[in-house]
Design a protein around this ligand. Structure first.
Ligand SMILES: Nc1ncnc2c1ncn2[C@@H]1O[C@H](COP(=O)(O)OP(=O)(O)O)[C@@H](O)[C@H]1O
Ligand SMILES: [Mg+2]
Length: 385
């Protein structure tokens, strides 16, 4: 009789002397679903959402209007209860804790300041509700005023300060009780572009300075890319991909992520070989390249690949290893130029070139060119259609 060694589950081996325990997530959602209404009018706002937000992280929920971002924040804050699933704060199940028992604060899109109170009184309000001693409140208010650079405005009524200043007060008020987690629901959307950019950097600074875990909601992809440690891209109540800004932009796993964040060219391709997370693909019936292969993507047959417009290179029309194409349109954007191309295969490609005065990639409509893609820029998508 043959002796078969028992299977060893390496995930379960815990060295006795392990010095750095696996850090517990600041927030963990386990299979959280939330439905509103019932019958014909049932809306599934969240659909089995499982994610982990790490301590000290600037974590962003990014997605179009109605995808469930606010609902997820309201669940974390305790303003709504999940229909099913669990919510953990530092490993403790808080699914049934009321909002005031959670070390979580929220900054709303509308700021929700008290207009008849001064800046300092607004910041002190939450601390007074918590019954903090007067001396501590006054010290914390001063500290918060300095942090958001509003010392000079301490005694102004909040109805008498600008939108950007109100935003700072709302932030100071939410940070004053030193919550473990700060939830921010599209806090910059009411500000004009220039102020919004300024506040983006300010928020990032505050997060680094305080070390508080930020869960930030936005529908603005640029805001998400520039501020976040990690992003969860959501659609229809589900996170479709979670990763660093670079992972999300360079390695979008599906068509929604590839087109919601930045722009992408989608081309049909055939996988000719696959090893681990790399595939060999034949694109547009003409060129063979290596491509990144995400988990759960097909490993053979017909697939769709995504390629960013800035990864497209134009060469001579008769060059080897290039897809023959015709220039159909050129659009000048100031910082860069988009060249629209029709491949001989019938598919279209957009190429983006940075504008420089010294060199122009512009070509007249009708020009015949060869299309190539930079090494490492080809991404296989999970769905084939
Ligand atoms: N209180 C509610 N009653 C009924 N439907 C709701 C309620 N809150 C949110 N919804 C629905 O749930 C979905 C997700 O909404 P929401 O979380 O506000 O999305 P987002 O913040 O991403 O725009 C939407 O279809 C919305 O209409
Ligand atoms: Mg919302």
């Amino acid at each position: 009789m043959e002796f078969l060694p028992a299977r060893v589950d390496t995930n379960r081996i815990q060295p006795a002397s392990r010095k750095t325990p696996v850090p517990v997530a600041a927030i963990e959602t386990r299979q959280i679903s939330k439905t509103f209404g019932s019958g014909d009018r049932e809306v599934r706002a969240l659909d089995h959402v499982s994610l982990e937000i790490r301590e000290n992280e600037f974590f962003t929920l990014l997605g179009p209007s109605g995808c469930g971002k606010t609902t997820l924040l309201r669940l974390i804050a305790g303003f709504e209860a999940p229909t099913s699933g669990q919510l953990l704060l530092y490993g403790d199940d808080i699914s049934n804790e009321p909002p005031y028992r959670r070390s979580v604060n929220t900054v709303f899109q509308s700021y929700a300041l008290f207009p008849h109170l001064t800046v300092a009184q607004n910041i002190a309000f939450g601390l007074e509700m918590l019954g903090k001693p007067k001396a501590e409140i006054s010290r914390t208010v001063d500290e918060m005023l300095a942090m958001v650079r509003m010392e000079a405005m301490a005694h102004r009524k909040t109805s008498e300060i600008s939108g950007g200043q109100q935003q700072r007060v709302a932030l100071a008020r939410a940070l004053a009780p030193h919550p473990k987690v700060l939830l921010l629901d599209e806090p910059l959307s009411a500000l004009d572009l220039k102020l919004r950019k300024e506040m983006q950097r300010e928020l990032k600074r505050l997060q680094i300075e305080t070390g508080i875990t930020f869960v930030f909601v936005t529908h603005d992809q640029e805001e998400a890319l520039t501020m976040s440690d990690r992003i969860a891209v959501m659609s229809a109540g589900k996170p479709l991909q979670i990763g660093t800004p670079r992972e999300i932009y360079d390695r979008p796993a599906n068509r929604f992520v590839a087109s919601f964040i930045g722009e992408s060219n989608f081309l049909s391709a055939t996988i000719t070989a696959a090893t681990g997370d790399v595939a060999r693909v034949r694109i547009g019936g003409g060129i063979d390249m290596e491509a990144a292969l995400p988990a759960e993507a097909p490993r053979s047959g017909k697939v769709t690949v995504a390629i960013r417009p800035e990864q497209v290179r134009l060469v001579e029309a008769d060059a080897a290893d290039a897809l023959p194409a015709t220039v159909t349109d050129t659009v000048y954007f100031g910082t860069d130029t988009h060249t629209h191309l029709l491949l001989d295969s019938g598919e279209t490609v957009v190429a983006r070139f940075q504008s420089t005065l010294a060199h122009s990639e512009e070509r007249a409509n009708g020009t015949r060119v060869g299309v190539q893609f930079w090494e490492g820029s080809v991404q296989v998508l999970r769905e084939t259609a």
